[in-house]
Ligand binder design. Structure first.
Ligand code: C2E
Ligand code: MG
Ligand code: MG
Length: 583
């Protein structure tokens, strides 16, 4: 069993921090040796100097050499004081022993040689001794306070286990060492409900008990691996696992932390149980960057939480990132729906003479920071999580409010095309809502077009088809969007009540690559015409594409060549100018 503990790691971390902070005060060993050496030299030379009969001339003054004995003695004492100040415990004891050892020597000197001039030296030694003891006691006191402060800096005050700072210090040093380790993220399940129902006091007690159980495993080395447990915040903990040989060992360790939660908690005579979600990522397999590793472990933990299975331990996989991203976008969609962050742009559609046919309303989204999120990102998520109908309705209402006024201003017979998801189509109130919006904004039904993607058209249930038929009966136009990307059979298409086929951009892109591709697009257009549909090509970007489409009798085009998606203001200008031109 390996005895690796959060306690010992904490001490090591503390020591590391301490060493860093004390680096300025701790002098190197060579300094200690130098001071002792100077002191030894002074001790040896003092008796000779004090006995010297010679005189030196300094600044024109005749000074007996013996008078310098006091100066040399002070120099020796300063060396000892320096030891106490700069060389820690070792320096203090060295100075202390040297001073103590001098007393018998001085005493012998005085008694044997009657060198009474050494008596002041004894007093000087006593004073130096007192000075270094005071200095030492003082430094120890300050160190104790510093230790306490440092200890607080790496300890969670509620539970007494290492805190977030200690954890990130450890991770940084582990990453520096480059050895493999596992970072596990732990989050208690439904902890909020304990706080809410039993109060914060009980919640805190519960955290203390849980932390002490985990600390016992980590400090006791019970898991068989080298573990470090820390509380990051609230009910969030981190577990760092080292010294394992297989994934099985990692899972075993985590399971031990999981299992101690099965024991009931008794606080204030109340019994209850808690569980936690565990997810982990491994360095360097999953990531060699500390920040990524933590967020990957979090993503794995969230996945475990989402599963609702408190026995599940999730290891990070790349797929989880997609899941995370989806969640993030989903949150943004919710926020945008609440805060008016969904709006529309209008992309013009033209006939081949560049007469405006109408506009397609395209959803746009701004997040809370005002950043635009691309429809390619939020539309698929909205479809997946069932928010697309809300976006459809918002875009439809806003675009219709604008379009009604535009129709009156321009007096032109133009169409508003809106994208409708099958989810929206299937809603009970879809027809009613469409009718109301049209009436409220004074838009004739024939000036509205509903775009349904080909794939939706194929997969939709009977109810969706009934709905499309009802729209058609109301006079609303039906367009089949992204045509060519699905697999609708000709007979199905023939019976579908559409007015317009929208050829997908992917065909327009390839149309001029080969003659067969051009003929293929020409065939789609002819077929559409035979079935009684108009045909519009999407994503026309080049003049050459435009000319080809003209030559194969396409009816309308939509694309960046003649018009990008526009703000309502710009769309109004385009509509006014076009109406003027074709009046
Ligand atoms: P879509 O209905 O096929 O819309 C046409 C897309 O092609 C738009 O992309 C438009 O900006 C882009 N586009 C048009 N001309 C060109 C061009 O010449 N070059 C290029 N590169 N792109 C062009 P956007 O706005 O990103 O919308 C993507 C898709 O999101 C739409 O494809 C539609 O399926 C969906 N969508 C947009 N708004 C709504 C909405 O309100 N409701 C629903 N259900 N879906 C929407
Ligand atoms: Mg469309
Ligand atoms: Mg399309």
């Amino acid at each position: 069993m390996k005895k690796g503990t959060s306690e010992s790691t904490k001490k090591r971390l503390l020591q590391k921090t301490l060493d860093g902070l004390d680096a300025s005060r701790r002098a190197p060993r060579s300094f200690l040796v130098l001071m002792l050496l100077i002191h030894a030299v002074t001790s040896v030379t003092i008796p000779q100097i004090s006995r010297a009969q010679t005189v030196v001339t300094l600044w024109g003054m005749q000074i007996p050499v013996a008078a310098f004995a006091g100066v040399v003695s002070s120099l020796g004492n300063i060396c000892l004081i320096m030891l106490a100040v700069f060389c820690g415990k070792l320096g203090f004891f060295a100075a202390f022993i040297v001073l103590l050892a001098q007393f018998p020597m001085l005493a012998v000197n005085i008694l044997r040689s009657h060198a009474y001039n050494s008596i002041p030296g004894i007093f000087s030694n006593i004073l130096t001794l007192i000075a270094i003891v005071i200095i030492y006691v003082n430094i120890r006191q300050t160190e104790k306070y510093q230790d306490r402060i440092r200890n607080q800096a790496v300890t969670d005050s509620l539970t007494g286990i290492p805190n977030r700072f200690a954890c990130s210090e450890l991770l940084v040093s582990l990453v520096e060492q480059g050895k493999k380790f596992v970072a596990a993220s732990i989050d208690l399940n439904n902890f909020k409900s304990i706080n809410d129902s039993m109060g914060f006091g009980t919640g805190n007690e519960a955290l203390k008990v849980i932390a002490s159980r985990w600390k016992a495993i980590a400090d006791g080395g019970l898991s068989g691996t080298l573990d470090f447990i820390a509380r990051l915040s609230g009910d969030e903990f981190a577990l760092v696992i080292r010294d394992y040989d297989s994934e099985e060992e990692v899972l075993n360790t985590i399971r031990q932390y999981m299992n101690v939660l099965c024991e009931k908690l008794t606080i204030d005579n109340c019994d209850f149980y808690v569980s936690a979600s565990f997810g982990y990522a491994e360095y360097p397999t999953d990531s060699n960057k500390m920040d990524n590793l933590i967020s990957y472990a979090d993503a794995a933990m969230l996945e475990a939480k989402r599963s609702g299975n408190s026995d599940l331990i999730v290891r990070f996989t790349r797929d989880l990132l997609k899941e995370e991203h989806t969640l993030e976008i989903e949150k943004k969609i919710h926020a945008a729906l609440e805060n008016d962050g969904i709006f529309f742009q209008l992309q013009p559609q033209y006939d081949m003479n560049q007469k405006l046919r109408g506009f397609e309303a395209l959803a746009r989204m701004r997040d809370e920071e005002g950043k635009l999120i691309s429809p390619g990102e939020f539309i698929p998520v909205a479809e997946k999580v069932g928010l697309i109908d809300k976006i459809d309705v918002t875009v439809f209402r806003k675009a219709a409010a604008f379009f009604g006024k535009l129709l009156r201003k321009t007096n032109a017979d133009i169409t508003l095309s809106v994208n409708v998801s099958v989810r929206h189509l299937m809603k009970n109130d879809f027809l009613q809502e469409t009718r109301e919006v049209l009436e409220r904004n004074g838009i004739p039904t024939k000036n509205l077009e509903v775009e349904i993607t080909e794939s939706v058209m194929i997969d939709s249930a009977e109810r969706a088809l009934q709905c499309i038929n009802s729209l058609k009966e109301m006079g609303v136009q039906i367009a089949i969007d992204d045509f060519g990307t699905g697999y609708s059979s000709l007979s199905y298409l023939n019976s579908f009540p559409a007015d317009l086929l929208k050829i997908d951009k992917s065909f327009v892109d390839k149309m001029n690559d080969s003659d067969s591709m051009r003929q293929y697009v020409a065939a789609i257009i002819s077929m559409g015409h035979i079935m009684g549909f108009d045909v519009i090509s999407e994503g026309v970007e080049q003049q050459q594409q435009m000319e080809t489409l003209q030559s194969i009798h396409c009816d309308f085009i939509q694309g960046f060549l003649w018009g990008r998606p526009l703000s309502a203001e710009d769309a109004e200008k385009v509509a006014m100018d076009n109406a003027e031109k074709f009046r």
